[in-house]
Design a protein around this ligand. Structure first.
Ligand SMILES: [Zn+2]
Length: 351
């Protein structure tokens, strides 16, 4: 068998390992890479030290019924890699501790203002959602290309909250996603996120209220606003024109008919599919600082990926979508995946 020849691991050994009869497998990086390729899993899947599988119930997937098993597993793998990267960083840097309330079962509108009050935000617009989450101890990573259908999601891991963002969306939608995931973390406790329409609506309402607090919207006098007024006002809260329109309806500032007219006109102008003349995507302050500091110490992304036993592109997928200023490529003279032996962690096959 080809796999056997390349990896030097017999199928017998592999099956013994999977059945728990063999506790540890020692393989070279090259063999590991081949094995990962053959099994169609990221290398990190095979090398994760103490990271158990992230259970699907703990993750805030949007419309999970629409996801294929493959898409869901790819996202869960991305979650594991985010955890590994974070733990590696935490061993070297002191990062903010989680500072967000847990308010399961509370009214989303109330909860959004409660979080704002706890964080001293009052009703002011939020200048940068990613920076805000990071400052409050929420780890933010970006989603790999192959899981873009999954959209943003969030979860708790060992008391650390994570938000994984889709960095392909408009800046406005990225901010809304970040607020939506904050809603899940706050409203849906730490252990099991209820899936389904209700939970999604609660997170949407939370995001809407968090980004556009009622008193601030009312103060703008957007009663029966025209399209032009909506387009001018969206920049106050850095939200999409559609999100603001929806908010006006939530707060009864437009009639049902007025809402439909606004939505139809905006849709015709291209505001449903995207955000013409929108804002730039937000990036990570924390990851940019960490990777810049590591660079000055001579630690390169290649070395980090190596230390984590993941591929450079796995690292860059999760991190560099949020750190546009940091070079992702290997520097001249750097070889990607050159580790041969030094003490690989015990190989754990995760099914
Ligand atoms: Zn959701």
């Amino acid at each position: 068998m080809r796999l056997e020849q390349v990896t030097g691991i017999t199928t017998r050994t592999l099956s013994d390992y999977e059945n728990g009869r063999v506790k540890e497998l020692r393989v070279t990086a090259a063999a590991l890479k081949t094995l990962a390729g053959a099994l169609e899993v990221p290398v990190a899947f095979l090398t994760a030290e103490e990271i158990e599988e992230v259970p699907a119930e703990a993750v805030s997937f949007r419309a999970p019924s629409k996801l294929t098993a493959g898409q869901r597993d790819a996202a869960l793998a991305a979650a594991r890699i985010a955890i590994m990267i974070n733990e590696w960083i935490e061993d070297r840097f002191r990062l903010p501790l989680a500072d967000l309330p847990s308010l399961p079962g509370r009214d989303p509108e109330w909860a959004a203002q409660h979080v704002r009050d706890q964080w001293g935000l009052g009703v002011a617009p939020i200048s940068n959602m990613v920076h805000l989450l990071e400052a409050r101890g929420i780890r933010v990573f970006s989603l790999a290309e192959e899981c873009l259908e999954v959209d943003a999601f969030s979860f708790y891991w060992k008391s650390t909250p994570y938000v994984i963002l889709n960095t392909r969306k408009s800046g406005e939608r990225g901010r809304f996603d970040a607020a939506h995931e904050l809603g899940h973390l706050v409203l849906h406790a730490q252990h099991e996120i209820p899936h389904g329409k209700d939970a999604e609506q609660q997170a949407q309402r939370f995001a809407s209220a968090f980004l556009m607090p009622e008193p601030a919207v009312i103060a703008r006098r957007l009663h029966n606003a025209t399209v032009d007024r909506v387009l001018a006002a969206r920049s106050v809260w850095k939200v999409s024109a559609m999100a603001l329109t929806y908010r006006l309806q939530e707060l009864n500032l437009v009639t049902e008919w007025g809402y439909r007219t606004l939505a139809t006109n905006l849709s015709r102008m291209g505001y449903r599919r995207g955000e013409p003349e929108g804002i730039a995507r937000e990036s990570s302050q924390l990851l940019s600082k960490v990777f810049a500091a590591l660079r000055t110490e001579g630690v390169t992304p290649v070395q980090i990926a190596d230390a984590l036993h993941i591929r450079l592109n796995e690292l860059s997928d999760e991190v560099f979508g949020l750190t546009p200023a940091i070079p992702v490529k290997a520097l001249p003279g750097e070889t990607v995946f050159q580790t041969t032996s030094p003490a690989h962690p015990p190989l754990q096959l995760v099914k």
